[in-house]
Write a protein that binds this ligand. Structure first.
Ligand SMILES: [Zn+2]
Length: 352
């Protein structure tokens, strides 16, 4: 299913690029700006099995993106500035913001130096359990389990399954299947139990993975001291907020913010919803973020910004810089808004 979706996007982006249709669509679709979404920024790896590759781009691709934006005279702004321009309806110049989710150490090591070359600000959304070193990066843990196993024994519902994981293709199929199963479990505690059991069975230390990938609090503090960097909140546990009771979802937002504020001694005004798609952030979460006092909250719903987004500041769409499409020829298509418009069925606002 995910592969199908990727193929459709790839074909769609290719078709848009080679037909030149994005040039024709630009005046209608480009909007006033965009928020780019990234996760890891790090050098490409050799491994044949990289199921989470969509979550990483290379420093070179980030540089190409920044170069493209600068060459089109697009302002690169902080989330505070983006909020202000939307609020005041100041659209004389197009603008873009760079946002990086989760709080990975490679953001400090690889993304910041590239952003510095362009004097471009960035916002990093930190999940507080990740900075604590106790985070459950279950998609990374699942990759580690499958990478080291030849077969995966797992009980799904009432059936005991043995899933082949001998080749890179089999590993990818196993990952897709188990990833979809884990994400569809009813509650966060179900997910915690099942990934915990897999890690125990295949000897993967989830907390060690967290500490090796994520910024510690001390590093968050160092990062935040850079004038280009804004730190935002990304919940405590990185659970799906829409699946949690309202008081728990509200706490996830408030406690993560309080924890970051305690470390930085500085207010935290911006939020990214974990997962951030329609299944993880809807009207209830948008209202919770607004009443918690966040100036902006970003989703993972694809889209450019339009004047209308000013009335939906806690439901902002983003444009993903996806590791599966690191081709500089794609950049004019992404910044034209044609790709995200196609994905949204040509609706301009997806705040519902
Ligand atoms: Zn995240």
């Amino acid at each position: 299913m995910k592969q199908l979706r990727n193929n459709v996007i790839r074909a769609g982006l290719g078709a848009l690029y080679f037909s030149g249709a994005h040039h024709l669509l630009r005046p209608l679709l480009s909007g006033v700006g965009a928020i780019f979404m990234l996760h890891h920024v790090r050098p490409a790896r050799e491994a044949g099995f990289q199921p989470n590759r969509h979550l990483e781009v290379t420093p070179e691709f980030l540089r190409a993106t920044l170069f493209h934006l600068r060459s089109r005279d697009i302002d690169i702004v902080t989330m505070d500035e983006l909020h202000e321009r939307l609020l005041q309806g100041r659209f004389d110049r197009r603008f873009a913001a760079f946002t990086l989710d989760d709080g990975y150490r490679d953001n400090l090591d690889y993304a910041l130096p590239v952003l510095r070359e362009f004097d471009a600000p960035l916002t990093v959304y930190v999940a507080s359990d990740f900075a604590e070193g106790t985070g459950r990066l279950w998609w990374v843990a699942l990759e580690a389990v499958i990478a080291r196993a030849e077969q995966i024994d797992v009980r799904i519902g009432n059936s005991a399954l043995r899933i082949d994981a001998t080749t890179p293709a089999a590993k990818q199929a196993a990952f897709d299947r188990l990833h979809d199963w884990l994400r569809a479990l009813p509650g966060e505690h179900d997910l915690a139990r099942e990934i915990g059991a897999l890690c125990t069975r295949y000897d993967v230390d989830m907390e060690a993975l967290c500490r090796s990938l994520c910024l510690s609090w001390a590093e968050v503090r160092t990062f935040a001291a850079d004038p280009l960097v804004t730190i935002g909140a990304h919940s405590v546990s990185h659970g799906n907020l829409a699946k949690q009771a309202e008081d728990i979802a509200a706490q996830e937002m408030a406690v993560s913010r309080a924890r970051i504020e305690q470390v930085l001694e500085h207010p935290v005004l911006h939020l990214a919803y974990p997962y951030g798609d329609r299944d993880a952030a809807g009207m209830r979460e948008f209202a919770l973020a607004a009443s918690a006092g966040f100036k902006t909250a970003v989703t993972t719903r694809p889209g450019m910004l339009f004047a209308e987004n000013a009335s939906h500041m806690t439901a902002l769409p983003r444009v993903s810089l996806n590791g599966n499409y690191q081709d500089a020829r794609i950049l004019p298509v992404l910044t034209s808004g044609a790709a995200t418009a196609m994905w949204n069925g040509f609706r301009r606002i997806a705040a519902a």
